[in-house]
Design a protein around this ligand. Structure first.
Ligand SMILES: CC(C)(COP(=O)(O)OP(=O)(O)OC[C@H]1O[C@@H](n2cnc3c(N)ncnc32)[C@H](O)[C@@H]1OP(=O)(O)O)[C@@H](O)C(=O)NCCC(=O)NCCS
Length: 176
């Protein structure tokens, strides 16, 4: 695998990346979108940015949702990855979802950006005083498990989740 790219940085969602965001969604095509804010309507980009800010402020959240911050990994004007940091856990997230959901743009996968995005988001969790970061992945998602292990993840438990009985692996990263 090529060396991890360390020139990328983590930013809050910004209008500057509208074009790159649209290209990212296009590139995902029918793939499932991780993390969930990538499913938000984005035709009106300013409204999308407002909605993301509201999510971070805990405004207008659907039932069962906790406040969460969305971060973008960017480099050279390109949006390369997206993470979502839940500010706290509830019973559902403790079981499946954890503190952090993230994804890297398909064309940019496999060159260390997932590891970097997770590391930078864990740093944001530290700023919020989250000293045990729960990160989950489906068993069999080897890239995700590799990324979590590379960030010091310790496997806590695994078990079936949801109707399809998929196996979720629950890791904790000690963040003190
Ligand atoms: C999971 C994801 C974020 C990983 O990002 P990435 O940039 O592709 O991963 P990285 O290049 O940082 O690699 C992470 C680790 O996984 C390994 N890895 C990467 N792709 C792999 C693959 N297809 N099979 C097995 N291992 C793989 C890497 O070798 C690396 O481990 P290492 O440190 O031992 O070398 C990315 O694949 C993705 O966006 N997938 C779709 C969405 C998703 O599954 N999100 C996670 C939900 S929990």
């Amino acid at each position: 695998m090529p060396e991890a790219d360390t020139s990328s940085s983590l930013i809050l969602p910004s209008a500057e990346y509208e074009q790159s965001y649209r290209a990212y969604i296009e590139e995902l095509g029918d793939d499932e979108r991780y993390p969930f804010p990538l499913d938000f309507e984005h035709d009106d980009f300013a409204a999308l940015l407002r909605r993301l800010r509201d999510c971070a402020d805990g405004v207008g959240l659907p039932d069962g949702f906790v406040a969460s911050s969305t971060f973008w990994l960017v480099d050279g004007g390109e949006l390369l990855g997206v993470s979502n940091l839940r500010h706290e856990l509830n019973d559902v997230l403790r079981e499946h979802g954890g503190h952090i959901g993230l994804g890297v743009r398909p064309a940019a996968q496999g060159r260390g950006l997932g590891k970097r995005l997770l590391a930078l988001t864990i740093r944001q969790a530290r700023r919020r005083g989250i000293d045990e970061v729960h990160v989950h992945c489906n068993k069999g998602n080897l890239a995700s498990a590799g990324m979590i292990l590379a960030n010091g993840g310790l496997l806590q438990s695994e078990g079936p989740y949801g109707h399809a009985g998929e196996i979720v692996q629950r890791y904790i990263v000690i963040n003190r």
